[in-house]
Design a protein around this ligand. Structure first.
Ligand code: CAA
Length: 386
């Protein structure tokens, strides 16, 4: 593996960093406090090509590699993790499965507007009774002529209100268990689809999260992604890419917290010297930095394996679990370094700690990532020893 980033990787880091510092930083605290959606910045990022970063140019994308994608999310999340997840969900959970499983007509109709940033994507898998147990879906889709009639409720949908194109898992044949799950592409505003009021969350408060209900919602049968029964596979493979995006978000949050701590140790004096001159603080900074670099390596490795065309479920899970736990560790230490001030919104580390927590939960909890890693590891061992 090449440890040196290429020119394109460096270019997107610079573009994303400048955008984050100039545009996102000034209002991030207020958006967090008042739950304000960063609409104007999302539009600007769309124009800059951030919504189809690794999609081919023929479908409106920027055709960059997946490391560039991770870097973009990392840099935006370093300043505003809410913007990071909006970018990740459209790229990974909406555009990616259409690219991999969609037919040409679906790609032209749905992928092109997503990848060009004209439309925003969302992903509807979680239900009140189907969280980690993603196979326990109850939302149904019954074929009626050339439409599916969808009934049920999806929870915790990122971009639920502002999104335009949603990947929705539905049960088309209950007798077949997860093999009776399918994926539909459903457009915002389809009659029978209702976006519920926003969730009041601990963190990533600038991104909108909603439940969406479907009541006799008629969806063209042409919007079936893949074949009937492919839904679980489609959703899980979208989540492989999604988990990489969340891992990138986590690295960004951790880096933001370390940067804030570094600034603070140069400003704050106690016992007649700056915090930076205490070895206890230096050791904290060293551990924070080391864990962030280790996280970044796992993340970029998962991205490189994705681009090689190999299955990257285990690597994405490793990146997600390690990067998100790093984000929690680093933000916790950053708050500790700030002392009492770190416990107030006067400094950004308090928000970063709240934002970090979700990275251990959504798109598969840390426990689910360990299940994926262990299952793959044991399978690989069995194959090697058969
Ligand atoms: N790619 C392709 N196929 C996959 C796959 C992947 N990554 N993972 C599993 N599959 C396939 C398997 O090959 C298998 O197919 P076959 O039987 O044909 O071999 C089938 O799917 C079932 O796989 P498993 O036996 O591994 O499935 P399982 O029932 O044991 O459960 C699980 C797997 C890992 C626990 C899974 O349920 C899971 O990941 N749960 C967590 C769900 C999750 O991440 N939810 C987050 C929702 S999104 C969100 O957070 C909202 C947002 O807007 C950000």
């Amino acid at each position: 593996m090449d440890f040196i980033l290429n020119e394109e990787n460096e270019m997107i880091r610079q573009t994303a960093r400048e955008f984050a510092e100039e545009k996102l930083a000034p209002g991030v605290a207020e958006r967090d406090e008042k739950m304000i959606y960063p609409g104007e910045f999302v539009r600007e990022l769309a124009e800059l090509g951030f919504f189809g970063i690794f999609m081919p140019e023929e479908y409106g994308g920027a055709e960059m590699d997946s490391i560039s994608y991770c870097i973009a999310i990392e840099e935006l999340s370093r300043v505003d993790a809410s913007v990071g997840v909006i970018i990740s969900v459209t790229n990974s959970l909406a555009a990616y499965p259409i690219y991999v499983f969609g037919n040409e007509e679906q790609k032209q109709k749905f992928l092109v507007p997503l990848a060009s940033g004209e439309k925003l994507g969302g992903f509807c898998l979680t239900e009140p009774g189907a969280g980690s147990d993603a196979g326990a879906q109850t939302t149904t889709a019954a074929l009626d002529g050339d439409h599916y009639v969808v009934n049920g409720a999806k929870h915790f949908v990122t971009s639920g209100k502002n999104g335009d194109i949603f990947i929705v898992t539905v049960v088309t044949d209950r007798s077949k268990g997860i093999k009776g799950t399918s994926c539909l592409i459903i457009e915002q505003g389809t009659p029978g689809m209702t976006v519920q009021p926003p969730e009041h969350k601990m963190g990533i408060r600038g991104s909108d999260t909603h439940a969406i209900t479907f009541e006799d919602c008629r969806v063209p049968a042409a919007n079936l992604l893949g074949k009937e029964g492919d839904g679980f596979k489609v959703a899980m493979s979208a989540l492989d890419s999604g988990r990489m995006g969340i891992a990138a978000q986590a690295v960004g949050i951790a880096q933001g917290a370390l940067d804030a701590a570094l600034k603070y140790v140069h400003e704050r004096q106690q016992f007649g010297k700056f915090l930076k001159d205490f070895q206890a603080i230096q050791f904290k900074l060293a551990d924070m930095d080391t864990r962030i670099e280790a996280s970044r390596l796992l993340l970029y490795r998962s991205a490189a394996i994705k681009d090689s065309g190999k299955r990257f479920s285990k690597e994405a899970a490793m990146a997600k679990v390690y990067c998100s736990e790093t984000a929690m560790y680093v933000t916790n230490e950053a708050v500790q370094i700030h002392g009492g001030y770190g416990y107030t919104p006067e400094y950004p580390v308090e928000r970063m700690m709240r934002d970090a927590k979700i990275t251990e939960i959504y798109e598969g909890t840390s426990e689910i990532q360990r299940i994926v890693i262990a299952a793959t590891l044991l399978k690989e061992w069995a194959q090697a020893h058969s």
